[in-house]
Design a protein around this ligand. Structure first.
Ligand SMILES: Cc1cc2nc3c(=O)[nH]c(=O)nc-3n(C[C@H](O)[C@H](O)[C@H](O)COP(=O)(O)O)c2cc1C
Length: 364
């Protein structure tokens, strides 16, 4: 029966034999106290793991300047790497494939999150407004990175990728979406540089592609994915020609032969709000030669349709997977879904809304 459901058909992603196409999207949960992953994440991720299922860990900071939210995990210290190990082991014990999303927030931060209370770093010195940040954490005016400093940040991504492999992860997803540092370089609505990292499309994509290159050289292209959201303008990070940007990146990524490109649907303009759009990811899907993952506002039916129509290889589910640890099973049985509770998305309390969403079997 399951073989009739497109999302539940097997797929070979590079060296990984996936048994289905329902991917756990990266989900920040803010329960990693002091930037160190906690034991409660072992249960959280293993609940969502299946044999041959693909999981992407929550956004994880690459350095001490990368953070911009309370209690988000990092992967730049030995302690963090050690803390990730049992979490990764838990997923592997269930037969899951687990990538770490490596992240730098850039200007989506404030001096309170930065070492020595320094200004957050970015492609620009233009700051975010408080209203845009919108989660009660102010954003401090950023400091524009000098040309000479950029290789150091590239190196932070490289080192984080190495640490992820040391922690046991099967690979990394470079977080190039949603208005964070990499996106702040790519988008012409933010990047106002006059050096070789600003201006033309090629220049704006230089930093992202240098990160890709460094990570590929460190851990191998077969273990590297990237997440991009060319159409989004989250965190005031919009582009005047998102289609050209998406296509340029898809074609450039081919040269690096990375494993996958994970793109956020144009309809996911604001995280969580489903807005239909005339734009489409199909041109990028066609241009990119590796595995393509789509995300943003998918339910079962349109996920199946996207796979059946070959508009994507895999579909990443965020809020539905957050609230339904056995999401692939529920799709298989066409079972009702638990509703997600937005109130507990980011609350540091480990118990509520984290590992307590019921499985089908336990429902009465
Ligand atoms: C609680 C929450 C945390 C998120 N954290 C991340 C993150 O760490 N990295 C990321 O790239 N996207 C993040 N997103 C976006 C999701 O990965 C996903 O793209 C988004 O929720 C839309 O998919 P959905 O409609 O299936 O939920 C987050 C979304 C939510 C709701």
């Amino acid at each position: 029966m399951a073989d009739k459901i497109p999302l539940l058909t097997p797929y070979k992603m590079g060296n990984f034999e996936l048994s289905h196409r329902v991917v756990l999207a990266p989900l920040t949960r803010q329960r990693s106290f002091g930037n160190v992953p906690q034991p409660h994440a072992i249960l959280y991720y293993s609940q969502r793991a299946t044999k041959g299922g693909f999981l992407i860990a929550e956004a994880t900071g690459v350095s001490d300047t990368a953070q911009g939210y309370p209690e988000t995990p990092g992967i730049w210290t030995k302690q963090q790497v050690e803390a990730w190990k049992p979490i990764v082991d838990g997923v592997h014990e269930k037969g899951g494939i687990f990538f770490c999303q490596i992240w730098h927030v850039g200007r989506v931060s404030n001096t309170g999150f930065q070492p020595n209370g320094q200004a957050p770093i970015s492609s620009t010195d233009k700051g975010l407004t408080y209203e845009t940040r919108g989660d009660g954490n102010d954003a401090s005016p950023p400091r524009k990175l000098t040309t000479e400093e950029i290789p150091h940040v590239v190196n932070d991504f490289r080192a984080a990728a190495r640490n992820a492999i040391d922690a046991g992860f099967d690979g990394v997803e470079i977080h190039g979406a949603h208005g964070y540092l990499i996106d702040q370089f790519m988008k012409d609505g933010v990047n106002d540089r006059t050096d070789e990292y600003g201006g033309s499309l090629e220049n704006r994509c230089r930093f992202p592609l240098e990160v890709v290159d460094a990570v590929v050289k460190e851990i191998g292209a077969d273990k590297v994915g990237i997440r991009l959201s060319p159409f989004a303008n989250y965190m005031q990070s919009g582009d005047s020609n998102p289609r050209a940007l998406g296509l340029y990146m898809a074609e450039s990524l081919n040269k690096h032969k990375i494993l996958y490109c994970h793109m956020v649907e144009p309809r996911m303009k604001y995280l969580g709000e489903k807005v239909d759009s005339l734009h489409s990811l199909v041109p990028m899907r066609k241009a990119f030669k590796g595995t393509f993952i789509s995300a943003g506002g998918y339910a079962m039916e349109d996920g199946n349709k996207a796979v059946a129509e070959n508009r994507t290889d895999l579909v990443a589910y965020g809020r539905l997977f957050l609230a339904n640890p056995d999401l692939p099973k529920r799709f298989e049985l066409n079972a009702p879904l638990n509703k997600y509770n937005r109130e507990t998305f980011y609350t540091p309390d480990p118990v509520l809304g984290y590992t307590d969403y019921p499985f089908l079997e336990t429902m009465t």
